[in-house]
Design a protein around this ligand. Structure first.
Ligand SMILES: Cc1cc2nc3c(=O)[nH]c(=O)nc-3n(C[C@H](O)[C@H](O)[C@H](O)COP(=O)(O)OP(=O)(O)OC[C@H]3O[C@@H](n4cnc5c(N)ncnc54)[C@H](O)[C@@H]3O)c2cc1C
Length: 380
């Protein structure tokens, strides 16, 4: 498994997946056959997270191959991501609270043997150790494995979920404030309060094709309890009515301008923003930084090919760029940085899909799911 940081590789992977593996996706998606046998899932999340390809491109190609009914599971999974993003946009304090808890807990745990053993893949649970190494080497884990990993971390190794979420964000190429934080909260039993996800030996055996034996886990743990609830804010995500000819600033979540809602709009210049570890709360791995930077360069190259003037700048230079619109970076590190240096009242541009979908994110996913046919009927 090797992720080449370019849109061309993303499209090739998407096309191969649609052609050869989409038909079996709902039957096969829960199996983790190991890093060298990943064709049962798309492995597109590193690209989708960076906006190199978008949810609608996936759904469009899938619907050209099969009907909505046959594709329903795949489309639902693709839109889980959109749902988590919207859920967090309406409750940004969940992210803020996570970061401040992480700061405290990180100090307390940074020298603790049980934590260091876990992140070194040095526990007495063989599958967990393998996944730690896989995460560090391939910067990706299968969805089911992320669930087992998080469950073992929280309920068997008894480590704080916040440190596990940080460890994922550090190494995953698809590290995303919404999907990751809410995924960990969901496993812990905080996202849907009182309902946690418990990994079990039989389930791991079955879905790893019996690659591991004698997995001793705490299969009776109770959910993590927190007294805190977060009420959904009443936020709107409106774009300015008539766009003027200004500059456009793009962050590392929207790296496909030529396929965006704003592709036909004339901008003076496009600024592509790169963010180093200096301005992040969570320090990401060298691999992850390189992956992001290569994707940014790939976007610049494609802008050049389309004769669109562009420049790559560091996030600390954003405040010097005047007269600009900003493709919305979403709740996460980039938005945090802008807020922390007092760059407020920016003119954000929101994606049409997010404007349409996020209004259904005030409740649970099962409620959101009801609106999926209506949501996609606006595009196909
Ligand atoms: C603890 C935990 C942490 C996670 N952290 C992240 C993260 O940081 N970034 C991230 O993109 N996903 C995260 N996920 C969700 C999911 O594991 C990945 O999106 C998925 O494994 C990506 O692999 P794929 O592209 O082969 O997925 P496929 O099964 O091929 O699905 C296609 C696309 O649908 C979306 N998708 C599928 N399943 C989910 C899901 N459960 N939640 C949200 N989106 C989904 C992804 O964009 C994915 O690329 C996390 C899940 C858990 C349980």
């Amino acid at each position: 498994m090797n992720f080449i940081a370019s849109r061309a590789s993303a499209i090739e992977r998407l096309d191969q997946f649609i052609k050869n593996n989409l038909s079996d996706y709902s039957k096969q998606r829960n199996f983790d056959y190991g890093p060298n046998k990943r064709s049962n899932v798309s492995c597109l999340s590193p690209y989708i997270t960076h906006g190199v390809i978008n949810e609608l491109e996936l759904i469009d190609k899938s619907l050209k191959k099969f009907s909505f009914i046959k594709n329903e599971k795949f489309i639902q999974e693709v839109l889980w991501r959109t749902y988590w993003k919207g859920w967090l946009e309406l409750r940004p304090n969940v992210w803020i609270d996570f970061l401040s808890e992480l700061k405290k807990i990180g100090e307390e745990y940074k020298q603790k043997k049980e934590y260091l053993d876990a992140i070194d893949g040095n526990t007495n649970i063989e599958c967990f150790n393998d996944w730690v190494n896989e995460l560090k080497n391939f910067n990706y884990l299968h969805n089911h494995t992320r669930m087992w990993f998080a469950s073992i971390w929280i309920f068997t190794l008894k480590l704080p979920w916040q440190l596990g979420a940080e460890f994922f964000m550090k190494h995953l190429y698809d590290g995303d404030a919404a999907s990751n934080t809410l995924g960990w909260r969901w496993v812990a039993g905080i996202q849907t309060q009182g309902k946690h996800y418990l990994a079990s030996e039989w389930n791991i055996n079955k879905f790893t094709d019996n690659r591991y034996n004698n997995i001793k886990l705490n299969e009776k743990a109770l959910p993590i309890v927190t007294g805190k609830t977060h009420i959904a804010l009443d936020k709107n995500f409106n774009n300015p009515k008539n766009l003027e000819e200004k500059n456009l600033v793009i962050f590392d979540n929207s790296l496909s301008f030529e396929f965006s809602d704003f592709k036909s709009q004339k901008f003076k210049k496009i600024y592509l923003v790169s963010n180093t570890n200096k301005n992040r709360n969570i320090q990401i791995s060298e691999n992850s930084l390189n992956f992001k930077n290569t994707l940014i360069q790939d976007q610049k190259r494609r802008l050049n090919e389309n004769s669109i003037e562009s420049d790559i700048i560091d996030i600390s230079e954003v405040k010097t760029i005047k007269n600009s619109y900003f493709l919305y970076p979403c709740v996460g590190e980039n938005l945090d940085f802008l807020n922390s240096v007092g760059i407020n009242n920016l003119e954000f541009l929101y994606r049409n899909l997010d404007q349409n979908a996020w209004k259904y994110c005030n409740k649970g996913f099962f409620n959101f799911k009801k609106y999926i046919p209506k949501l996609i009927s606006e595009y196909f």
